[in-house]
Design a protein around this ligand. Sequence first.
Ligand code: ZN
Length: 574
Amino acid sequence: MKFSEIAYKRADIDGFIEELKKCTQKIKDAKSADEIIETLIETEISESALSSFSTIAHIRQTVNTADEFYEEEANYYAEKEPLLEEQGLYLKRALIESPFRAEVEASERIGTLPFINAELSIKTISPEIVPMLAEENKLIIEYRKLQGTLEVEFDGKKLSPSQMDFYLESNDRDLRKHANRALAAVYDANKDKYDEIYDKLVRLRTEMAQKMGYKNFIELGYARMMRNSYNEDDVKKFRDQVKNELVPFVTELKKKQAKRLGLEKLMIYDDKVMTKKGNPQPVIREKELYEAGINMYREFNDETKEFIECMDSMEMFDLYPKKGKTSGGYCTYIYNQKSPFIFANFNNTSGDVDVFTHECGHAYQAYLAHKEHFNKTKGFELMESLHGTYETCEVHSMSMEFLCWSKLERFYGDKTDMARLIHLMDALFFIPYGCMVDEFQHIMYENPNLTPAQRNEEWKKLENQYRPYLDATGIPFYGEGRVWQRQLHIYTSPFYYIDYCLAQTVALQIMEKMQKDGWDKAYDTYMSFTRLAGRFKFTELLKKAGLKSPFEDGVLSGVISEGRKYIQAHDSIL
Ligand code: ZN
């Protein structure tokens, strides 16, 4: 069945809550570990079936935020899901307190990780915060809607912010400068709304945390992100290494970039343009680019071929920008269709190749894990054992971007070497930015009473630490320290961002392996990490796959020095 033909009906959440209550009781009354295991699996299967409908509603609402029907559906789930979470809390408590816990943990079918995660997830909810969670969900919908309604009049057209990227990367400096100003002006016209939504979110999240007995939102935020193998200190140490070791290297590269462009200093609108010749753009566009991407996965191996042909035949992609579509890209999984779904906003830049290969990395893992699950070829039977935590998922996608290097010619023609080099540089440039987003959020939730102006000042201070080479003076919106307001995750998924930085540190190791030992070996390492996702913690997965943890001393330095070697060997092409 094609995505457009899938019938939608509103999931009966109240009915399912009743079912969960019965299952909770069954777990309490169980006379054996097996009874508990059967109950858990039964609950999860009906929950996944139910989630198919909320996923479809979510996709259709993000594809067209002006669709009133799906907006109402999104609001329905925003309201009901916290109630479901509350009932989930009671079930997890019953599980943790069960006298059969040790036996269930020792079983081949469940394992210990679901218990560790249950312990974290019961720290994220209590009955008194349920109404506030619904309110938080609604604010997130409001932010997404705001992002979906932005429109820039430029070049005689009405364009979405993602369509503006095409101009922002232009090697005509005047053009990109004007494009940047036009886009900034649109954000600027909405700055009070951005401030207001964020202010409400920070206050609400802080209030929830305090109601639950935490000092501030940070601990609650970490529990929500299921940080089961590292803590706030580890993250801070990682960020400090980035500041001390990566920022100087990036600054050096950025100086060379400015020199190539013939500039004294890089303004924010010069940041993306790597060479005077212009960044390599895909030689094919839209439908052609999509087909080339599909063929690439047909060629890798039988497993990737089967995966991509399934998604292609079901038309599980929404790739082109249109009016009302929200920003960004994502991958999700529709359980009752046994297929992933990919959302993106192609804009005729190298970003199209990046987002396609990135989201396909997520989709490939989800497809394989569910396939093993449906075929019962996996020892661990819970759905939650199919997915790793977020940083693990981002390793699947960010490493996939590098694995696709071997087949980039179809996208870039004779500019392929340059495209690879710029991809690597962007991967390195990204890490300081990601850490800045992370540190910013720590500051925000440690100081929830900052005024909007003070928040922007904090961002500016971080810019000086993480991107000292970049100047935004005099540009509306950006010059005021508001870059962060474009960053979806800061609003929708607090503390989801360091995950990308950690994952990038791993993906760069896969890239290094590909250079040293060849594609097949790198793919094997990738798969040994990917196939176990969800069964082990992030740091354990790394060990099992022979990869190094970003928290280990010297790992980041190693990644930087390998990157430096590659760049030095290739940068004459810029
Ligand atoms: Zn991702």
